[in-house]
Each structure stands twice: as structure tokens, then as C-alpha cells.
Design a protein around this ligand. Structure first.
Ligand code: 2AM
Ligand code: CA
Ligand code: CA
Ligand code: CA
Length: 265
């Protein structure tokens, strides 16, 4: 299948999955917890992941799937074609708000991001990117990010990191809160990366993200010139969870050098 056909195939699968998620609002959703009381998962997360995997296995038997809910393959390296899938990114929002969540999908070949999709299900907004072919908000091509400065930036981050915590020096985070134009906390890493790529926020910072949270967004970020790294400035590893900062290139360095101070670098 060539890349155009693949793009059409993926979009139609994502729209169908979105349709299923919207339909799930009409029936009972069963909510479970995972690692802790606020780490939620529902039957819909699992069913949507299984829906994708069924289709991918049928139509691309040589491809592998790395999905959050564990129905895919056991991925220990990224050779060949790997689909990194988060069926619902922002499950807490899905459960409590019925909005502000997304399907997140990245397609990687030998570890290189080729295609990225983030679907805001309730708003029917699809962000996507093709390596070397640009990033799009629905049919609209997204422009390379304009230069900005910290004092004109809006930063996506969980408010927790401005309170005393084990992970970062919260005094430095408080300085960031003071110095920027505004802070936002949407609760979906994938949507925040789509907002970064479309210039609605200028950076997104998280203590701990998993490969499926960011795989699609990383392809998108690259197409508009955004920069992503760990807090210490290292490259993103798509095999395990780590700290994450993606930003407009004009503020990324300042963010990691002056405002994000990990306690255990
Ligand atoms: P999820 O809803 O798919 O679990 C919430 O601020 C963001 O962080 C969401 O994108 C959420 O994804 C993600 N997230 C929640 N718990 C996480 C964890 N333990 N590790 C990595 N990412 C997590
Ligand atoms: Ca989860
Ligand atoms: Ca997620
Ligand atoms: Ca998820």
C-alpha cells in the first residue's frame, strides 16, 4: 500500500473508532483503576485498542502494534513497521468530561516517525502529519512555528509541578508560572502536542509520558519545527516512559536550562 492509500486507510479507521467512542456515551461505561486510584481505564479504551489491532493484523500482518492497553505486541525494539497507539489519551477527561480526549497514533519505520494522527473525537478534529509532507489540522496545512519568547508563551503543564514534589524544584516551576503569559492544563498529552503543532500553546511539559502518548505528536511536532527532549535535553526514547518537554524551538533551550530543574537528573 503506498503512503497516500495508507493515509486514507488510517483516517477511515480512526473516524470509525471515533464513531464507536461517541456511541459508547449512550451505554454504560465501566471504569477501573490501574496503577493508582486516579489512573483510570474503561472498557472503551480496551475495545478501541482491540478494534485497531484487529484491522492492522488483518491488513498488515507483518506490522507490529505497541498499544497502551496491552493487546498488541511485546515491543522491545522498533525494527520494521510499528504502530504506536493510544486508543484514548485523556481517559480521565473521557470519564469525567466526555470531551478533551483523543485517539493518538504514530507509525514508525525502523524507529523513524513516518505518519502521526491525533483525533479529537468529540470535536471531530483530526490532526495529522506525514514525514516530509507537513502537518495538518483537518485539511489546513500547519505553518512552521513563529519565533516567540517566554513572556509571550502559553505553556501546557500539570499544576502539580508548581507544588512541592519529588521530581522537580517547584520554586523554578513557580518562576515559570510567573514569567510566562499563561499556563494551561488540558489533561491529554496528545491533544497538547496537537495544540503545540498548531501554535495554540508554545510548549508542553510532563514528568512522565509513555511512547504511545507522544508517538503521533512527535511526527507532527517535527513537521512544524518544534523540538522535543527529556528534561535533561536528551533524545526521546519510544520504548519507555520518561520526562518530556516539547516546545517552540525559540524557547526550548531556555525552558530546560532555566525553568525545569529535575531533582534526580
Ligand atoms: P492516558 O489518559 O492515556 O492515561 C494526563 O495528564 C496525560 O498523561 C494523559 O495524556 C495520560 O494518558 C497521561 N498519563 C497518565 N498516566 C500516565 C502514566 N502513568 N504514564 C504516562 N502517561 C500517563
Ligand atoms: Ca492510561
Ligand atoms: Ca495516554
Ligand atoms: Ca490511554
Amino acid at each position: 500500500m503506498d503512503q497516500h492509500a495508507m493515509d486514507r486507510y488510517i483516517k477511515s479507521m480512526i473516524k470509525e473508532a471515533g464513531h464507536r467512542i461517541r456511541n459508547s456515551f449512550l451505554s454504560d461505561i465501566s471504569v477501573d483503576t490501574k496503577a493508582h486510584a486516579n489512573d483510570l481505564v474503561t472498557n472503551v479504551d480496551k475495545e478501541v485498542e482491540q478494534f485497531f489491532i484487529r484491522h492492522i493484523r488483518e491488513d498488515f500482518p507483518t506490522h507490529r502494534v505497541f498499544g497502551e492497553e496491552g493487546f498488541g505486541d511485546n515491543i522491545e525494539e522498533l525494527s520494521g513497521t510499528v504502530w504506536l497507539l493510544d486508543p484514548i489519551d485523556g481517559t480521565m477527561n473521557f470519564v469525567h468530561q466526555r470531551r478533551n480526549f483523543a485517539i493518538s497514533l504514530g507509525i514508525y519505520e525502523d524507529g523513524v516517525g513516518k505518519m502521526g494522527y491525533i483525533y479529537d473525537v468529540v470535536n471531530d478534529d483530526l490532526y495529522h502529519a506525514i514525514e516530509g509532507g507537513g502537518a495538518y489540522y483537518n485539511d489546513e496545512r500547519l505553518m512552521p512555528l513563529f519565533e516567540t519568547a517566554i513572556n509571550e508563551s502559553i505553556i501546557g503543564m500539570n499544576a502539580m509541578w508548581a507544588t512541592p514534589n519529588r521530581f522537580v524544584d517547584h520554586e523554578a516551576t513557580i518562576r515559570l508560572v510567573h514569567d510566562v503569559r499563561g499556563m494551561r492544563s488540558y489533561g491529554s498529552a496528545a491533544l497538547e502536542l496537537a495544540y503545540l503543532a498548531s501554535g495554540r500553546i508554545d510548549a508542553y511539559i510532563s514528568m512522565r509520558l509513555a511512547p504511545w502518548d507522544i508517538a503521533g505528536g512527535m511526527v507532527m511536532a517535527k513537521e512544524v519545527g518544534a523540538v522535543a527532549s527529556t528534561f535533561s535535553g536528551g533524545p526521546i526514547n519510544l520504548l519507555e516512559s520518561d520526562t518530556f518537554v516539547a516546545a517552540n524551538p525559540s524557547i526550548h533551550g531556555k525552558l530546560i536550562n532555566e525553568y525545569i530543574k529535575p531533582k534526580h537528573p
